[in-house]
Design a protein. Sequence first.
Lengths: 419, 94
Amino acid sequence: MAKYSIFSLVLNSLTRHRHWRPAWRKAEPRPEYDVVVVGGGGHGLATAYYLAKEHGITDVAVLEKGWIGSGNVGRNTTLVRSNYMLDQTVPFYESSLKRWEGLSHELNYNVMFSSRGVLNLAHAPSQLDVFTRRANSMMLNGVDAEMLDTDGVTRLVPNLDTSPGARFPVVGGLLQRRGGTARHDAVAWGYARAADRQGVDIVENCEIEGFLREGDRITGVVTRRGEIRARKVAVAVAGSTSQVMALAGIEKLPIESHVLQAFVSEGLKPALDTVVTFGAGHLYISQSDKGGLVFGGDLDGYNSYAQRGNLPVVEDVVSAAVAMFPCFSRVRLLRHWGGLMDMSMDGQPIITKGPLDGLYLNCGWCYEGFKATPASGWTFAWTIARDEPHALNAPFRLDRFRNGYALDEKGRGPYPGHH
Amino acid sequence: MRILCPCCGERDAREFTYCGDASRVMPALDAEADAWAAYVWGRKNPRGPHEEYWQHAHGCRHWLRVTRNTETHEILSVLLEGPWRARHEAKDPR
Ligand SMILES: Cc1cc2nc3c(=O)[nH]c(=O)nc-3n(C[C@H](O)[C@H](O)[C@H](O)COP(=O)(O)OP(=O)(O)OC[C@H]3O[C@@H](n4cnc5c(N)ncnc54)[C@H](O)[C@@H]3O)c2cc1C
Ligand SMILES: [Zn+2]
């Protein structure tokens, strides 16, 4: 597969773009691999790429039920940031953000990462105190954070209603300038292509329907396209985690599946050049390079596998958007859709060896999974290759719940729908 | 989505507050830590019929035990929770 460069672009334009090759091979599954990765979302693909690139394990297959990009990796609102608070979470997301900064070069694929800043609005002095605490914690971990007052917010986002008459007046905000957005499809395609170039087989339309086992050890998978044996099986199936793990006999996990919706408006001229999140309810909004406003808010509120959203949330999210930006009130909504979120009990992921021999588990991504894609793939590959966690993912163990080490940033308790 | 409250009739889901998985059973107070951990953190998270609590917060405020299909949102049954349950043993909601 040729490298993309200015020369390949010129050459192909001279031949009227008739000779571009598909970005990855349509691989047929072989009967045996070193590592089988179940789930061809961002995390599965990144894991396969780093297994090959960092650990020299190239006898790898990624088995995807549908097509590459059909899951949450192609459904999210593309926010990337590392404005977390705990000493366990900040370093992990910051390592991810650092990888984002070089990702287009690393993958030889333009993922359109744009550090346009992520601004969290505060609507009460006590909320500003909470943000200040978070900013301090970020800075202690070597991450950039800035506190803004109302004037600072107005200068940064002139279209935002920061007047005292706003429904929820803005008293300030927490800004992470290095945060921003990336193009979600490009991340899936970029990792798929980069993994394929390292020799990884990417097999689409290949749903897992069972596991092969010898005693308590997992030795492969049963797929729609036959049995595949593997020394190691790594599961990264996001919203389908409970179903896939039940096939391995794991009946209960600290996970619930919920639907989260995303919304895109008609295209507008540039009106918003940063990411803004609402503090009085739940809303995050940015403008894509194509001009559409991309936004989202709360989960639908109950366990769901529907992959489509309910109307009360549409109303809720849109009214929050209009309260923040009255100037958008007549913009028309173009599309909205839902994705299956693997909500964990403390809002943080699980990246671990086990729970059975030969099995490795990556799940519990909640709202955080897109920004985490590079770090998740990198640490999961490390864990698979070395049979032990890297320091960055060591806190994200499965037994942390049982042992009292939950990583609940906001102290919300074991209610997955609330994280 | 609408839920047929045995007390108030069929109402928009917006009137109700979701209160989570109702299939879990609290262990005895002196049970082992593992039993408590499984109760607090473990979820079956089924794709299909799911037993769950809803409270009719903007209505009669009863707690309801609802069986709903998590894939289609079809409501399969609604029962009152608490001492009223026996008296109101629900009819088929459809
Ligand atoms: C609306 C929405 C907005 C979001 N916004 C953000 C955001 O702004 N920032 C952020 O960081 N995160 C966000 N997220 C979260 C993020 O998108 C996810 O956490 C992340 O994409 C999950 O990892 P993944 O890419 O590997 O998942 P997916 O892309 O869902 O990959 C899982 C794959 O597993 C496959 N699969 C399932 N079952 C099987 C099986 N039996 N056999 C084979 N394959 C199977 C699925 O088909 C799927 O392709 C958002 C999510 C949604 C839904
Ligand atoms: Zn009622």
